[in-house]
Design a protein around this ligand. Structure first.
Ligand code: CUA
Length: 136
């Protein structure tokens, strides 16, 4: 288990705001960093490629959350103080829902994100290696 300080995770380091979302490394590896917080995921939408391994990393500054991505094997808890890491390869394109599935407070049922799965031809990192959701 990787530890992370829930009080400062959004201030600096890999879960600072500018590092959230999808990043493509120099080796082509795709990593997505997401904060789960009462009552939203940040960012609310992530873009991922179809057919390439993706590493998803989650952390929370407040309480225990859980998440799954519909139609995939992604299903994990996000516990304060730890990084939750999941590997998957998305096999189809389209928008998938990523709801919180652990009761985390009154806004729990409003807590969900969108996973935009796109073909490789549409998965274009910018100069910084970042990929954002297409506006639709
Ligand atoms: Cu977060 Cu339920």
């Amino acid at each position: 288990m990787e530890r992370i300080d829930p009080k400062t995770l959004h201030l600096s380091g890999e879960f600072a705001e500018q590092n959230l979302g999808t990043t493509v490394g120099a080796d082509g590896g795709v990593t997505v960093r997401i904060i789960a917080t009462q009552f939203m995921f940040v960012p609310r939408c992530i873009a991922v490629p179809r057919g390439r391994p993706v590493t998803l990393r989650f952390a929370t500054p407040d309480v225990i959350h859980g998440l799954l991505i519909t139609g995939t094997n992604v299903n994990t808890m996000v516990v304060p103080g730890f990084v939750a890491q999941v590997y998957t390869t998305f096999t189809s394109t389209g928008d998938l829902l990523m709801p919180c599935h652990e009761y985390c407070g009154l806004g729990h049922s409003d807590m969900w994100a969108t996973v935009q799965t796109v073909p490789e031809s549409e998965f274009k990192p910018d100069r910084d290696g970042r990929v954002s959701c297409a506006q639709r």
